[in-house]
Design a binder for this molecule. Structure first.
Ligand SMILES: [Zn+2]
Length: 148
């Protein structure tokens, strides 16, 4: 179970002045970004996106590392979310969400394109997905990953 006491929302972190450098420390690799997304998307633990069952187990499927015992479907943390069917690394999503949420006016696709090294079309796609999926009220907890 995630310890909510030590979790910080991105908003609170931002007011304390979390820097891109700190973000880099928190997310040194895909695994840490993956873990973070799992905490955001499944605050109560791994949940089947189709039947909402929690009777799940790890599968050996590379893209779909979980399987639901209720409906027998394979799924990943991306299944049924804004990140589904994108091949963009989760770390880039984390950065994009951070940049988008760190600014009151949001981030431009041009800035994202330059900062993340993605094409402007990809940057635009990511921003659209982020704005659709994560309202400013959504708690985005930047916690755990990579911090000793
Ligand atoms: Zn299921």
């Amino acid at each position: 179970m995630p310890n909510t006491d030590t979790k910080k929302t991105l908003g609170r972190n931002e007011r304390k002045g979390i820097t891109l450098l700190q973000l880099q420390d928190m997310f040194p690799d895909e695994a840490s970004a993956h873990k973070w997304f799992e905490n955001v998307i499944w605050p109560e633990g791994t949940t089947c996106p189709r039947c909402k069952g929690q009777n799940v187990y790890r599968s050996t499927h590379k893209q779909m590392p979980y399987r639901c015992r209720e409906c027998n479907r394979f799924f990943s943390v991306k299944t049924g979310t804004a990140l589904q069917s994108s091949k963009i690394p989760l770390r880039k999503w984390v950065y994009a969400i951070y940049l988008e949420k760190a600014s009151l006016k949001g981030v431009s696709s041009m800035k994202l394109h330059r900062d993340l090294g993605v094409t402007q079309t990809t940057a635009w796609f990511m921003l659209r997905r982020i704005r659709e999926a994560f309202s400013l009220d959504t708690p985005m907890e930047f916690e755990g990953a990579g911090r000793g």
